[in-house]
Design a protein around this ligand. Structure first.
Ligand SMILES: C[S@@+](CC[C@H](N)C(=O)[O-])C[C@H]1O[C@@H](n2cnc3c(N)ncnc32)[C@H](O)[C@@H]1O
Length: 216
């Protein structure tokens, strides 16, 4: 996603400090700290404008959600969406501006019950595959952060990225427990919350690829 420069981005982010987490050391020490109660923990990586995590936090008050995004100008929209939520910002949703490469600086091993990768950038050009968020080096990070029975969920419109990811899961010793090449027509669609990209792609009639994997 090429980010449009947002006017007064820094000030707008500052105004949403309530839903942003910036203290790496404190979060690493206790990932439950920013939330109003201790609950199972989920993480969305590359949350974009935040629709998915905002709606997941409402639909699942029994869980706590972190949403990470590396581009500040994109995160502006996500945190403003969270702040504007009916009833005020939720006690079970927090945002981090950062790169997935740094996740182990933010979180201790075995922190998460679930990690979501939604419509990650496909990096289709030859030679760029190591940037894909399902490249094996990223999977090793997620394996460290997932609890023993934790799961990773991937959704993408991009068949090339999906096929690549299935190979990388295998190489990283991760087992595919659910898979669909057309999520919206499948049994796994119940309770599915659509992301911004998903809404856009599915309105054009494109099928959504979905996989749920766990560490073998
Ligand atoms: C194609 S957009 C999808 C946004 C959203 N998940 C959706 O489905 O609507 C991918 C997002 O992932 C973010 N991203 C890409 N690589 C990242 C990384 N290494 N760490 C954190 N965010 C990343 C991009 O900045 C972009 O906002």
């Amino acid at each position: 996603m090429r980010a449009r420069k947002r006017k007064h981005g820094a000030e707008r982010i500052e105004a949403c400090a309530e839903v942003l987490v910036t203290d790496k050391a404190a979060v690493h020490e206790n990932a439950q700290l920013p939330f109003d109660d201790v609950r199972p923990l989920c993480l969305e990586i590359g949350c974009g404008k935040g629709k998915f995590s905002c709606e997941m936090a409402v639909a699942h008050p029994e869980a706590n959600f972190y949403a990470m995004e590396k581009v500040q100008d994109v995160m502006v929209c996500a945190v403003e969406k969270a702040m504007a939520h009916e009833g005020g910002p939720r006690g079970n949703l927090r945002f981090i501006i950062g790169d997935a490469k740094e996740l182990t600086e933010w979180f201790a091993p075995k922190t998460f019950d679930c990690i979501f990768l939604n419509f990650s950038d496909p990096w289709p050009k030859k030679g760029y595959y190591k940037r894909r968020l399902t490249y094996r080096e990223f999977l090793e990070i997620y394996k460290t952060l997932l609890k023993d029975d934790g799961i990773l969920r991937l959704k993408t419109d991009n068949v090339g990225l999906f096929d690549f990811s299935l190979e990388e899961f295998e190489a990283a010793g991760m087992e595919v427990v659910k898979i669909s090449r057309d999520l919206h027509a499948s049994e796994y669609n119940e309770g599915n919350i659509m992301t911004e990209y998903e809404t856009n792609f599915s309105s054009q009639g494109m099928p959504i690829n979905f996989a749920e994997v766990k560490v073998k």
